[in-house]
Design a protein around this ligand. Structure first.
Ligand SMILES: NC(=O)c1ccc[n+]([C@@H]2O[C@H](COP(=O)([O-])OP(=O)(O)OC[C@H]3O[C@@H](n4cnc5c(N)ncnc54)[C@H](O)[C@@H]3O)[C@@H](O)[C@H]2O)c1
Length: 355
């Protein structure tokens, strides 16, 4: 679901550089290495430039990082090891390290292998929340390859026909490189929305679409508060449930991480699993042919007449890249509530808070 920031009084805008410097200081203070910090800051800034503060993918992650570094759930500078490796596949044991970092290393490995074999798939086990799926997919697209990343996550979705949460929002990021312009980036949870956006609407006193979540006893509702303890609804009804199940088979079962109702339950051991895939279009045809054919498809899609002329057809990722440009120029939004909490947390870890 795409959103506008409706109530300007709930947010403050900060220059990107201010958030970058703050994020870097904070992560180094938590014990992240310079290399880890660079990856984490890049991922968190991408998330901050792309998403609504209610989606909670930006500096909101600091609270969880701090809690888990303190209780041993995240190990900064973890000793990640390659436990399996073949020409077109590999498996990384993240050893409870930062998920952004293990995801980044896994996609780098997938890209390296796919440049030789045409396609590669790299699993990650014993990891943590990897951030935004599109960030990892875009890593491959920046190298000219199609990137596909997914992860399992905390159980928040019920199998279709039940109200008992068993499966995660299990997001997918797929990035298709284009010549001389932004990649097509489909970056989506497999649920219609998340608890963060429901909380945002609740704070604004607004209803949510009935398609987002159910009450704990399985009733439909437009009241976000009534569904806060209920299951999130999958995209495409039973089809999204099916995709989430299959994602957990690949990212959880097959990597050797936790899956289903177990993953993400114990804050000292989330044991999340990810999968990174890289596909080299030049394994199938010349780069020039691929580029020409892709642009033909894009032209057909974008050429479809809009039902509402004020809302032209856009590509996946287009709205995020547009937002990115606007925020780089005008500032990055943080909710006032997050700012208050970041000030208190910074004092606790003895880091200067510029907010
Ligand atoms: N790591 C985790 O456990 C986890 C879990 C859930 C979500 N996430 C991340 O949260 C972020 C937000 O996910 P979301 O599902 O709420 O995103 P979203 O629903 O806001 O957007 C999903 C996708 O739809 C596209 N889109 C939006 N409007 C469009 C339109 N009119 N035409 C064409 N395409 C359009 C967007 O470009 C995007 O690719 C993502 O980065 C996701 O990876 C992470």
């Amino acid at each position: 679901m795409a959103y506008d920031i409706d109530k300007e009084d709930l947010i403050t805008l900060y220059p990107l550089e201010t958030l970058q410097k703050f994020a870097s200081d904070f992560l180094l203070a938590l014990g992240a290495s310079e290399e880890e910090t660079a990856i984490l800051v890049d991922g968190l800034m991408t998330a901050s430039l792309w998403w609504h503060p209610g989606q909670g993918q930006g500096l909101e992650k600091f609270f969880r990082f701090h809690m888990q570094v303190t209780n041993g759930g995240i190990v900064p500078n973890a000793n990640m090891t390659w436990v399996k490796e073949g020409p077109s596949y590999a498996l990384l044991d993240a050893a409870k390290g930062f998920g952004y970092v293990s995801g980044h290393r896994a996609m780098a490995k997938a890209v390296e292998k796919a440049k030789v074999t045409g396609i590669a798939m790299v699993g990650v086990r014993h990891s943590n929340h990897f951030g935004i799926a599109g960030y990892h997919a875009l890593h491959a697209a920046k190298k000219g390859l199609i990137g596909w990343s997914f992860t399992n996550a905390k159980a928040e979705m019920a199998p279709w026909g039940s109200a008992q949460v068993v499966l995660g929002t299990n997001p997918w990021g797929i990035a298709i490189p284009r010549k001389d312009t932004h990649a097509i980036v489909l970056d989506m949870a497999l649920t219609m929305s998340g608890k963060g956006m429901m909380r945002w609407l609740m704070n604004e006193g607004r209803p949510m679409p009935e398609s987002w979540a159910l009450t704990p006893d399985g009733q439909t509702t437009t009241d976000p508060a009534a569904a806060m303890l209920g299951p999130l609804l999958p995209i495409g009804e039973y089809k999204g449930y099916g995709l989430s199940l299959i994602t957990d088979v690949l990212a959880g079962v097959m990597t050797g991480s936790l899956f289903g109702m177990s993953v993400f339950q114990d804050d000292t051991n989330h044991d999340v699993g990810h999968v990174m895939m890289a596909i080299n279009p030049t394994a199938f045809m010349d780069q020039a042919d691929y580029d020409t054919r892709l642009e033909q498809l894009v032209a057909e899609v974008k050429g479809a007449p809009a039902i509402d002329p004020k809302r032209p057809v856009i590509l996946p990722g287009e709205v995020e890249f547009q937002r990115m440009g606007e925020r780089e120029a005008n500032g990055v939004p943080l909710s006032r509530e997050t700012v208050e909490k970041l000030r208190a947390l910074s004092a606790e870890v003895n880091v200067n808070c510029p907010l």
